[in-house]
Design a protein around this ligand. Structure first.
Ligand SMILES: CC(C)(COP(=O)(O)OP(=O)(O)OC[C@H]1O[C@@H](n2cnc3c(N)ncnc32)[C@H](O)[C@@H]1OP(=O)(O)O)[C@@H](O)C(=O)NCCC(=O)NCCS
Length: 180
């Protein structure tokens, strides 16, 4: 399979989301090596400590890591609009990160990415999906609540304040969804 590296070489599976509410259809598929630079740009737009393409590549070469991207349906390979990285270990998995291009937000892309991730994890017989979200990230908390996640604990001062303009570290909520 051309243009793929370890950690990015899972068989491509495309999920076509037919037009809903007048929005153009999306394809959700496994990230390719050529996606790394746009994924880094999306990550930097979403997080003050965004990851470089090299950091993303190194991470995705690690055991258990997988990355799905969402693009507009159409000829050729369209640029990614958003992505999610998941790490699986035995029968548990964790959302490592999810981000959507600011210009494409509120279009259901994050939900599609999460729903497709959950479908794949269920098909791999993963039993539980965990994630951490900043206490003040209302958009993400609403996304996860709508997908059936519930809070199981918190981590005080989990997110460093460096570069955020905040003077204190942000708390993280730990959320979980059973996939069985
Ligand atoms: C959080 C994020 C991934 C959501 O992506 P998105 O594609 O815009 O989300 P969706 O359009 O799929 O929205 C799904 C649900 O999430 C919630 N949501 C998304 N954006 C929201 C916002 N700005 N305010 C409130 N709720 C929001 C809503 O419940 C929404 O459902 P609805 O459209 O029926 O109201 C995106 O805002 C982002 O990239 N943020 C920066 C990175 C980040 O914070 N990632 C999460 C780290 S834990």
């Amino acid at each position: 399979m051309p243009n793929r590296k370890p950690g990015l070489r899972f068989p491509v599976f495309s999920w076509l989301h037919n037009k809903v509410h007048g929005k153009p259809a999306l394809v959700v598929e496994v990230a390719q090596t050529g996606d790394l630079t746009p994924l880094s740009e999306i990550h930097h737009a979403g997080f003050s400590n965004g990851w470089s393409d090299g950091e993303l590549e190194k991470m995705l070469a690690g055991p258990g890591y997988s990355c799905l991207v969402a693009r507009r349906e159409g000829g050729g390979t369209k640029p990614p609009l958003g992505f999610v990285i998941i790490r699986s270990v035995l029968d548990e998995a964790e959302v490592i990160t999810i981000a959507v291009n600011p210009g494409a937000r509120r279009g259901g892309i994050a939900r599609y990415l999460m729903e497709e991730s959950i479908r794949r994890l269920q098909s791999d017989r993963i039993k539980t999906l965990f994630l951490e979200v900043a206490e003040g990230n209302e958009a993400a908390k609403s996304l996860y609540a709508g997908l059936g996640f519930s809070q199981i604990s918190d981590r005080r001062g989990y997110y460093p304040s460096k570069g955020t303009g905040e003077t204190t570290a942000a708390n993280a909520l730990v959320m979980k969804r059973d996939l069985g």
